[in-house]
Design a binder for this molecule. Structure first.
Ligand SMILES: O=C(O)c1ccccc1NCC(=O)[C@H](O)[C@H](O)COP(=O)(O)O
Length: 217
C-alpha cells in the first residue's frame, strides 16, 4: 500500500508545487526560530493558501505556548499541529481541545526503550511521528538528516498508524518501507541541496523511489 508522504520544511512556491503535484499527503512548515527552515507567520500563511485542500497543512512547532498556538492557528489555518518538543500527553490533549486541530506528536527514538513512550500518546495524538534523537551538537530536535535503527520498529503493534522520519532520502526510502512498514514517511533534509534549501529534482527523485518501492510490492 502507498504510504502517506509528508514533505517537511518547505519554503518556496516551486518546491511546494512539486510536492503537491507528486501527491504529498502532508505539507510541513516549520515554526522554530533556530531552524534554517523557519518561516514567519505571514509567508507561511501565503504558502498554506497554495496547499488549500490538496494535502494536509502541518505546522511544526517545539514546546509552543498558548499565544503562539493561537497566532499560528488563526493566521495560517493549518489542518495539523506537529508538536516536536517535550509536550506531555496532557499538553497534546489540551492543544487539541483549544484549537480543534489534529495533532501529530513527534517522539525521539534511538533504542527499544524509547518506544515505550508511544503508549501514553496513543489515542491522544491523532498520529505519532517517530524521529531520530537530536545528535550531539545540533540545536534542532528534528530535521537533522540522521536515521535510527528501523529494525526496532518491527516490534510495534502493526495497527499503530505512525509516520517514520529521520534521515530518509531517495536512496534509502525503499529499505525504510520494507523494514518498518510505516503508514507514512516524512522527509526534510533528504530532499534538500543544503540545509533549509529544498530541491525540486530531489523531491521528484524521492517520489520516484517510493513509486518504485510500492510498485514492487
Ligand atoms: O526541520 C526542522 O528544522 C525542524 C526543527 C525543529 C523541530 C522539528 C523540525 N523538523 C521536523 C520534521 O518533521 C522533519 O521532517 C523530521 O525531523 C525529519 O527530518 P530529516 O531527518 O531532515 O528528514
Amino acid at each position: 500500500m502507498k504510504p502517506d508522504v509528508k514533505i517537511c520544511g518547505l519554503s518556496t512556491p516551486a518546491t511546494l508545487r512539486a510536492a503537491l503535484e507528486r501527491g504529498a499527503s502532508h505539507i510541513g512548515f516549520v515554526s522554530f526560530a533556530k531552524s534554517p527552515r523557519h518561516l514567519d507567520t505571514a509567508p507561511m500563511a501565503e504558502l498554506a493558501r497554495l496547499v488549500a485542500g490538496r494535502a494536509g497543512t502541518v505546522i511544526v512547532t517545539v514546546n509552543p505556548d498558548d499565544d503562539l498556538i493561537a497566532r499560528l492557528s488563526e493566521e495560517v489555518r493549518p489542518d495539523w499541529l506537529q508538536l516536536h518538543g517535550k509536550e506531555t500527553p496532557q499538553r497534546v490533549a489540551e492543544v487539541k481541545a483549544r484549537t480543534g486541530l489534529k495533532v501529530m506528536k513527534a517522539l525521539p527514538v534511538s533504542d527499544a526503550r524509547d518506544l515505550d513512550a508511544i503508549a501514553a500518546y496513543r489515542g491522544v495524538a491523532d498520529r505519532i511521528l517517530l524521529d531520530s534523537k537530536r545528535p550531539k551538537g545540533s540545536n534542532l530536535p528534528g530535521g537533522n538528516g540522521v536515521s535510527f535503527d528501523w529494525t526496532l520498529l518491527t516490534a510495534l503493534d502493526p495497527d499503530l498508524s505512525y509516520m517514520l522520519s529521520g534521515g530518509i532520502d531517495a536512496a534509502n526510502v525503499a529499505e525504510a518501507l520494507a523494514i518498518a512498514r510505516p503508514s507514512g514517511i516524512d522527509v526534510s533534509s533528504g530532499v534538500e541541496s543544503a540545509p533549509g534549501v529544498k530541491d525540486v529534482g530531489r523531491i521528484h527523485a524521492f517520489f520516484d523511489a517510493i513509486e518504485r518501492a510500492t510498485a514492487a510490492g
